[in-house]
Write a protein that binds this ligand. Sequence first.
Ligand SMILES: [Fe+2]
Length: 249
Amino acid sequence: MALVKISRGTDIQHKYTDGVSRVSVLEGAYKDATVERVSLQPGADFTPETYTREQHNQVFLVTAGKGYIVTPRRVFNIKEVSVFVPDFDKETFTFHCAADAKETMEIVHFVTELNDYDKTCLREAHMSLPRFRGVSEAWHYKEDFTGADIQQMMMLEHRNLGRLSMGANFGTGPNYIGQHIHNELEQWYIMLPGASFTYTAEEEKIHVQGGDITYTPHGSHHGSECADGEKFAYVWFELCENGYPGEIK
Ligand SMILES: [Fe+2]
């Protein structure tokens, strides 16, 4: 069986009801996370279910489209690739695709199980919620196994949201993200519009493009190469299987 599970963007057929389409993907790939693709037509609203901090955590990644998220207190404008983490069931929130948008709003929605580590973190110390961050607002980091001009952006800091974290990598080919391993991290890649590169995990080599989503289990060597004329543009989302060692506070 393949190590890497993949949902190809080109395989998705949206069926809209009141301007909203929801398609589950990567079903059964990893026990503690479900993934769905949500697409909103111009003018459509989407109000997701909320969960208590004893039930589930959830993370929304907007990969394309313009509009806003509204809560009873605030509005977050969506102008670029952005992440949103609600404050559990504290307040409702609604995604709105701008009525004059030229394209649909595309969202990847993760719902994760909470283990004891998550529940402790979410009670004792975590980032303030709701969290909204556009990719241009993310702070930059650098891993030594990546090409010199690869841009690496932090969207959800490790250790600050229980087991979850998220970031993004950008670069133009020819370029590389060298082989490395995460012994504890379950990892999803969400390929952004315009992306085109080759992802290698252990013996598997997969060409991916904008719209694809992959899942790679922890403990797998992986890396990526992008050829001349290709582009790195993807978001990684990670779940640390047993939580991070050391102090939570
Ligand atoms: Fe990695």
